[in-house]
Design a protein around this ligand. Structure first.
Ligand code: PEP
Ligand code: MN
Length: 344
């Protein structure tokens, strides 16, 4: 059962509904960081009288006995949309978020130089992998905590907030200590213990789509994080596996306007992993923004051909400038309803 409070319900009214429910032995999950509070009720069967008694409680807007599979992530739970604040920047607002940096952090000097370059070209956040999910156990797995220290140094030098992947529940606290945004990689989208672990920290989460996951499964993974109490979730479309091997993955841009309709969470597009090809990053960035994305995540490197990971899909640092400029223009067109209007 899901209880949505009125937008102007007082904190006391919300607390009193929660106390009433916990007093009757239910588990509750509440989201109330902005707008109307939404209370998920679980833990045991719902007695017949409960929905009607909750419906008349002070401050309650509506009670849904059979909510959707992702009630907290659903657009209806926050129709105005979620804007995730990260330091001085936002993801989900009118300005496109541009997250750029190497696939994997190699050296501190190189990372700082990339961070300065991408900042100059308009990036709003720096990305870089310290813990890398590699298909082969013999591939470079990242510098681990040392890489996180390098990221923190790059943030100190440039002021850019940093996004980096966390792969296991036991590492969440450590990664959250350094990172401004925790990335959940495609391979871990359904790692439910990891989703639960990141739901407990006070850091936004960039949730990448599993490359074989449906949109409904993806939104339910987001729901895990919201239900645990962390409502700062950003969805990232990064391509799915299709029958066609012509590109590394198939960037599913259908997902973008669909997600804008289905969920209030911000959506960013990853044209690097989505295509696997450097030459395709600029056109698919533009396409992602035209589809209604709130931003992009792009792999960049000063010498992509010698990058330690994902070189073929990595753009040169200076090529980011044109992509950002087009992203801003297209984003402005989208928000003024030209050529087509997407939901808020
Ligand atoms: C990444 O962004 O570094 C990454 C590993 O991406 P994905 O999880 O989408 O493969
Ligand atoms: Mn990569």
């Amino acid at each position: 059962m899901l209880i949505t409070m009125k937008a102007d319900a007082s904190t006391q009214a919300t607390d009193s509904v929660i106390n009433m429910l916990t007093g009757r032995g239910f588990e509750v999950h509440t989201i109330r960081s902005s707008g109307a509070a939404v209370i998920g009720v679980n833990g045991k069967p719902i007695p017949e009288d409960l929905p009607s008694s909750m419906q008349i409680a002070d401050g309650v807007s509506h009670v849904d006995l059979h909510p959707s599979k992702y009630p907290l992530a659903a657009r209806s739970s926050r129709p105005e949309g979620t804007v995730v604040r990260v330091g001085e920047t936002t993801i989900g607002g009118l300005e496109p978020a541009i997250i750029a940096g190497p696939c994997v952090i190699e050296t501190e000097d190189e990372l700082i130089s990339i961070a300065q370059g991408v900042k100059r070209h308009g990036a709003t956040l720096l990305r870089g992998g310290a813990f890398k999910p590699r298909t082969s156990p013999y591939s470079f797995q990242g510098h681990g905590e040392l890489g996180l220290e390098m990221l923190a140094k790059a943030r100190e030098e440039t002021g850019l907030p940093v996004v980096t992947e966390v792969m296991e529940p036991g590492a969440v606290e450590m990664v959250a200590h350094y990172a401004d945004v925790l990335q959940i990689g495609s391979r871990n989208m359904m790692n439910f213990p990891l989703l639960r672990a990141v739901s407990q920290v006070d850091k936004p989460v960039l949730l990448k789509r599993g490359f074989a996951a449906t949109i409904e499964e993806w939104l339910q993974s987001a729901e895990y994080i919201l239900a645990g109490g962390n409502d700062r979730v950003i969805l990232c479309e990064r391509g799915i596996r299709s029958f066609d091997q012509a590109t590394r993955f198939t960037l599913d841009l259908n997902a973008v306007p669909l997600l804008r309709e289905l969920t209030h969470l911000p959506v960013v597009v990853d044209p690097s992993h989505g295509t696997g090809r450097r030459e395709m990053v600029a056109p698919m960035s533009a396409a992602g923004m035209a589809a209604g994305a709130h931003g992009l995540i792009i792999e960049v490197h000063p010498q992509p051909d010698t990058a330690m990971c994902d070189g073929p899909q990595t753009i040169y640092v200076d090529d980011l400038a044109g992509i950002v400029s087009h992203a801003r223009t297209i984003s402005a067109m989208m928000s003024t309803g030209v050529p087509t209007k997407v939901p808020a």
